[in-house]
Design a binder for this molecule. Sequence first.
Ligand SMILES: *Cc1c(COP(=O)(O)O)cnc(C)c1O
Length: 259
Amino acid sequence: MVNYLDHKDLVNEVISRERIQEIHDATLRCFDRVHRAESAAGRLENSVRVLVATKTRDIGEIMATIQAGTRLIGENRPQEVQIKAARLRQLCEENHLPVESHLIGQLQKNKINKVIPFVDAIESVDSVEQAQQIAQRWAAVNDTPCRLFLEVNESHEKSKSGCDPARAFDEACAIAEIPSVQLIGLMTIGTHVEEEQPIRRSFASLRELRDKLLQTGGEEVASCTELSMGMTHDFPLAIAEGATEIRVGSAIFGERLFV
Ligand SMILES: *Cc1c(COP(=O)(O)O)cnc(C)c1O
């Protein structure tokens, strides 16, 4: 695999006018597709948040989608958070653009302290143990609770990240009980296939898990309302199945040149 960090200057802030326009147009087109999917599913306009996945993109590209209206971004790799987040935050503040940032990729224990100052929520938590490690470090520097999503491997593919669906209900209940943690939702990367049915089923399954958690009536799980599901190739299906947040990268920036 090509290590794109050696090939691309992620702190670059200056991109061509054509590239700015391209990202601007793609962002508006994506918002429009989301509105159409909301409407087709009989859902309220703006009931779905759009998280823009910024892996491999530089600061100039990310600011272009933010200038076009993006208000939620997500990084996969803690290393990219470290490279870009402080400067991005500064630019957003200077321009009075309130942008929220989530971590959507795997987080090793030794990287937790490095990402905590820069993220508003972590979507890629896959176990109680990990949630405890994050919460402990979070509570040391924050008064507010740490907002987490449990990532569930609804694709059932071994290679994929996330907690085993068979364990997910118990894991979610246990995570919600951790002091200084607020479990705000569930996240999944859907089954990567062409047919619609298996993809929809994996999204429906995440929704059913969320509903089952809420139906317990438990005080601690009452905040677990978000469903982060759907990417560039399948977000209309996710919206039809109840996504409250979709995560798109290539729809905004084009195909990734680096994995
Ligand atoms: C890259 C990524 C996305 C967006 O993928 P696209 O196919 O480019 O839309 C969404 N979620 C996660 C966890 C990702 O890593």
